[in-house]
Design a protein around this ligand. Sequence first.
Ligand SMILES: Nc1nc2c(c(=O)[nH]1)N[C@H]1C(S)=C(S)[C@@H](COP(=O)(O)O)O[C@H]1N2
Ligand SMILES: [Mo]
Length: 214
Amino acid sequence: MNNVLPPGQLETKKWPILHEGDAYKYDESTWSFKLFGAVKEEVTLDYNTVRNLPVTVSTVDMHCVTTWSKFDTTFEGIAFRDFVKLVELDEDVQFVKVYGFLNDDPYGYSANLPLKDLMGDDALFVYRWRDSSRDWADIRPKHGFPLRFIPPASFYLWKGTKWATAIEFLKEDKPGYWEERGYSMTANPFNEERFADKNNKPKGYFGADEWKDQ
Ligand SMILES: Nc1nc2c(c(=O)[nH]1)N[C@H]1C(S)=C(S)[C@@H](COP(=O)(O)O)O[C@H]1N2
Ligand SMILES: [Mo]
């Protein structure tokens, strides 16, 4: 959207694939999406209900901590804020965790984010995409079909949970999957917030150039 390359990043026209475990295989009969945590009442939605929520189309930049950035991908999906409207939040909710599949565990992957940063068009759960060289298509299973979170460009892309299954509302910040493994809680690419401790790079850093082959 802004086409600004954060420090230490390189532009790619492709859309590399990176994740832990196997891609989730969508099964409509068992799939559900849950809103829980610091809410008056939990809500569980089936896929049809999710797809009947208001549609948002948004063009965003993506910045991966492994140093690739992709500008101007257009997504169709449901704005994060339209899910928030479905629950009554407790007072003082300031953070969320977005959960998704890790192998067979629907809550095995997660990423934490501040709620206040997710209320715009640039924070959305997506199922379709296009860019300047590709026409509209469903996102591939490996990119997170049937529902994948895309965070604002002010967060590295590991905050973008694939195969999303739930939003947990929180009064205090809690680390997600990579944050528990030494990655930054705040993860702003423009300040190069890659790791919790700059001088102590965590294991599992895809610092290699493998994305360049994709
Ligand atoms: N469920 C799930 N979502 C995930 C991951 C994962 O391992 N599991 N990896 C994250 C990381 S580290 C990155 S960089 C992006 C990569 O998204 P892409 O493969 O669509 O480019 O997905 C994020 N979402
Ligand atoms: Mo990543």
